[in-house]
Ligand binder design. Structure first.
Ligand code: 6PG
Length: 470
């Protein structure tokens, strides 16, 4: 009998937490998993919610348990396993049913799957889910893209399980095809930049101001009560404050300085480059993770160039707070500019104010700042965030601090990849007369590429010397 409101395949951490969240919101859910024993274990541990969970080891039986038109969430590893699962499901689905893929998939893969399934009458939703394990269980931010009709079939469930900000659900339909996964990718690009800038500021505290982890923790905890209030600032305070049981030392001092990455940050930077949108803060954050991973080379290079002079950086904690705020505005401005361009190129009509809204709770980059941003975008216009009046005021107040901090990093010889990239972008963006006139001259010299001139119409060329010394 078809009794389940929705189905879910894949009971790993994210899948099982989403399933419990769905059951808790009063929906009956059918679940299945490749390793069948996991299904029984999952239901056995579901407590009171077990009554609303139907486990089926057989895929066909699982499908038949779901009410039509069916909504089937798949939570399997991104890449080929998603395509394999689609092929397994396809022969047993009916027109109007939908596959809802909730992993961190590359948006072009999602678009391809959408294009493949749509003519067959099967809906495909590529859904970005942010908030980690805890979010999946108690309320993630949910970025939906794909088949609009089938979105409406799953809307009640997805809206109910999402995080709430002032009573509003942090789940929204954002556009066709790969729109949802694209937005999640840029969320992660911003997440990378946000985390990197926080780490850089910690670096100034540690190497430039000689602060201990617990002293840094106190500062981050205080900042979390001000304009920087956010999940990432909050967890930074906790990470810095944590003591290793075994040694009694601050845990952060014992963690190897090599950061992992699964690809979404890199995809953001690649997408930005492909569309010709400058996203230097995101690119810097991805590059910084890559540099972090070549620990042996860094150790060798420090022997060649000597230890950074560090010492006493000429900055205050207030400068650092403002620098972080300014850098953050630039990173978000870049991320939103990438979203805007992708929206035009793909015909998605991405709602920027809604995106900022559904990032206000549940997701990793949730912050007070996003409430301010969604309000600013809601007033209309999709201009660069650096031109939105509320943020113009913050930048005017904080860019000098960013400048001081970046200068301290340069003189103290410690890297501020992302903060300096943000400052350079800001300075380039606000400079009416740039230096590309010279680039144009050079291009014309060696390749007759032509240039426009300030005082005459049409394409021009220089009359360059034909013989050179080099
Ligand atoms: C989220 C996160 C999550 C991502 C981790 C790890 O929004 O919940 O973005 O989706 O998997 O942040 O990403 P990296 O391993 O690339 O740092």
């Amino acid at each position: 009998m078809s009794t389940a409101d929705i189905g879910l395949i894949g009971l790993a951490v994210m899948g099982s937490n989403l399933a419990l969240n769905i059951a808790e919101k009063g929906h009956t859910i059918a679940v299945t998993n490749r390793t069948a024993s996991k299904i029984d274990d999952f239901i056995a541990n579901a407590g009171d919610l077990a009554d609303r969970i139907i486990g089926k080891a057989d895929l066909v039986e699982f499908i038949q348990t779901i009410k039509r038109p069916r909504s089937i969430i798949i939570m399997v590893k991104a890449g080929q396993p998603v395509d394999d699962m689609i092929e397994q499901l396809l022969p047993h689905l009916d027109k109007g049913d939908a596959i809802i893929e909730c992993g961190n998939s590359l948006f072009t893969d999602t678009q391809r799957r959408f294009d493949y399934l749509t003519p067959k009458g099967i809906g495909y939703l590529g859904v970005g889910v942010s908030g980690g394990e805890e979010g999946a269980r108690h309320g993630p931010s949910i970025m939906v893209g794909g088949s609009k009709e089938q979105w409406h079939n799953a809307e009640a469930v997805l809206t109910a399980i999402a995080a709430k900000f002032n009573g509003e659900s942090c789940c929204a339909y954002l556009g066709e095809g790969g729109a949802g996964h694209f937005v999640k990718t840029i969320h992660n690009g911003i997440e990378y930049a946000d985390m990197q800038m926080i780490a850089e500021v910690y670096g100034v505290m540690r190497d430039g101001l000689g602060m201990s982890p617990s002293e840094c923790a106190k500062v981050f905890k205080k900042w979390n009560e001000g304009p920087l209030n956010s999940y990432l600032i909050e967890i930074t305070g906790h990470v810095l404050d944590y003591t290793d049981d075994k040694t009694g030392k601050p845990l952060v001092d014992l963690i190897l300085d090599k950061a992992g990455q699964k690809g979404t940050g890199r995809w953001s930077a690649i997408a930005a480059q492909q569309m010709g949108v400058p996203a230097t803060a995101i690119e810097g954050a991805v590059a910084a993770r890559s540099v972090s991973s070549v620990k042996d080379e860094r150790v060798a290079a420090e022997k060649v160039y000597g230890k950074p002079s560090a010492g006493s950086a000429d900055v205050t904690l207030e400068d650092l707070e403002k620098a972080l705020l300014a850098g953050k505005i630039v990173a978000y401005a870049q991320g939103f500019a990438v979203l805007q361009k992708a929206s035009e190129e793909n015909g998605w009509a991405l709602p920027l104010a809604t995106i900022a809204k559904i990032w206000r709770a549940g997701c990793i980059i949730r912050s007070r700042f996003l409430d301010q941003m969604s309000a600013a975008y809601a007033k209309g216009g999709n201009q660069n965030l650096l031109m939105v009046p509320d943020f113009v005021a913050v930048m005017q107040d904080s860019h000098t601090a960013l400048r001081k901090v970046v200068a301290a990093g340069a003189l103290g010889e410690f890297p501020l990849v992302c903060l300096s990239a943000s400052l350079s972008y800001f300075d380039s963006y606000r400079q009416a007369r740039g230096t590309a006139n010279l680039i144009q001259g050079q291009r014309d010299f060696f390749g007759a590429h032509g240039f426009e001139m300030l005082d005459r119409e049409g394409e021009q060329h220089g009359v360059w010397p034909s013989t050179l010394d080099n």
